[in-house]
Design a protein around this ligand. Structure first.
Ligand code: MG
Length: 383
């Protein structure tokens, strides 16, 4: 039987690649619900090609534009938060692909889990801001979670058939981003355009900036902590500019497993959608003949303090990781608009973390509140 998919964020980078994977495996996968923001042309194209039952868009205005372009159709259109919930809990969906940014993803993903959907998770905010709550909900609902991130997919693949108790440590690889070799004195003059020029991966602007600051890697550390139930002392980060090895797992007996592959997100997406089964495809392949060398370097945590802030927020827990996430998102927006420079970006995050009164064992409401307050007061972002 075909597996019904609901995709939250179908017009984003991960959403589009998810649909590419679906097109290649039509006998295994089918799209039953889509949620997207406001890219009318693309939404209409996706509806025509994949015939979902329901689609959610951001606003009534977008809905009307989609209806006009679409003409007569059986698809049901919904808007806003309510629409997102409908897509996340659509009856005929067995798996929900979560690839929308921000706190919107948080509530929608919890709703999907409570509706007993398996989750293919691309949105980092979910585990970063509410990891404990989310993993508890997953356990209670008895559903499965499949990471859509090359690093976590790599770790999950290395851990297949292994006893988690035998893990000595995991090592998450980072490309280092575009400024890895740039002298720190130049950080104050770096622009968004330079930061958006990622050497290896093609991604959306937010995650590309997060890669440049290493915050993306910090988020991945927090995600790995929750996904694999590992203490932070067992999670390391190493710079690997070629992005060929997606992560390592070292075991107590000294054996190390690594997962390698071309830097092509369709590979981990396929692995998640098809639940760890392997099928042939035509995505980019890794050529050992073309690999000149593999380098590994320690990350400079003074130069890239965001990585340090993520470890700190993760270890302290409570509402602090939600503040880290919200402050980062707001600071990235300021940077993309040219209102702050690259050196100021981590300072804004640190200031927000320092001002926050951390709350232990938070509820989802506490987390959403901490997120809201951090975003509402841009002044708290100014040191
Ligand atoms: Mg990644």
């Amino acid at each position: 039987m075909k597996k019904g998919l609901a995709i939250l964020g179908s017009t984003g980078s991960i959403g589009k690649q998810t649909l590419e994977v679906v097109s290649v495996f039509p006998s295994s996968l089918t799209v039953v619900a889509l949620a997207a923001k406001d890219e009318v042309e693309l939404i209409v194209e996706q509806i025509k090609k994949f015939s979902p039952k329901i689609v959610a868009v951001a606003t009534e205005e977008v809905k009307q534009k989609v209806e006009q372009k679409l003409g007569a159709t059986k698809v049901q259109l919904f808007v806003g938060r309510e629409g997102l919930t409908k897509v996340a809990t659509e009856l005929s969906a067995r798996m929900v692909v979560v690839a929308i940014p921000g706190s919107l993803a948080l509530s929608a993903t919890i709703e999907a889990v409570r509706a007993k959907k398996d989750i293919a998770l691309a949105t980092k905010e979910v585990l970063v801001a509410a990891g404990e709550i989310f993993m508890r909900e997953i356990k209670t609902a008895g559903v499965k979670i499949f990471p859509i991130d090359s690093e976590h997919s790599a770790i999950a693949q290395c851990l297949k058939g292994e006893d988690p108790k035998t893990i000595k440590k995991i090592v998450i690889t980072a490309s280092g981003g575009p400024f890895f070799k740039t002298p720190v004195e130049k950080f104050a003059t770096l622009t968004a355009k330079e930061a958006l020029n990622h050497p290896i991966w093609k991604m959306g602007p937010k995650i590309t900036i997060d890669s440049a600051t290493l915050m993306n890697k910090g988020f991945e550390v927090i995600e790995a902590h929750h996904l694999f139930g590992l203490d932070y002392s067992k999670i390391e980060v190493i710079i690997h500019p070629q992005s060929t090895i997606h992560s390592f797992v070292e075991f107590v007996d000294g054996s190390i497993k690594a997962q390698l592959g071309a830097p092509d997100m369709r590979i981990p997406i396929q692995y998640a959608l098809l639940e760890d089964s392997r099928f042939a495809n035509h995505w980019n392949q890794l050529s050992f003949a073309k690999l000149a060398k593999l380098e590994f370097l320690q990350p400079d945590r003074l130069k890239f303090p965001c990585l340090e802030y993520a470890y700190e927020a993760g270890k302290k827990g409570g509402t602090l990781p939600a503040v880290l996430n919200a402050a980062n998102e707001e600071a990235v927006k300021l940077f993309l608009r040219g209102q702050i420079n690259f050196a100021e970006l981590p300072q804004k995050i640190k200031a927000a973390m320092e001002r926050h009164q951390n709350k232990e064992n938070p509820t989802l409401e506490d987390i959403l509140e901490a997120d809201k307050i951090t975003r509402q007061k841009p002044t708290t972002l100014i040191p």
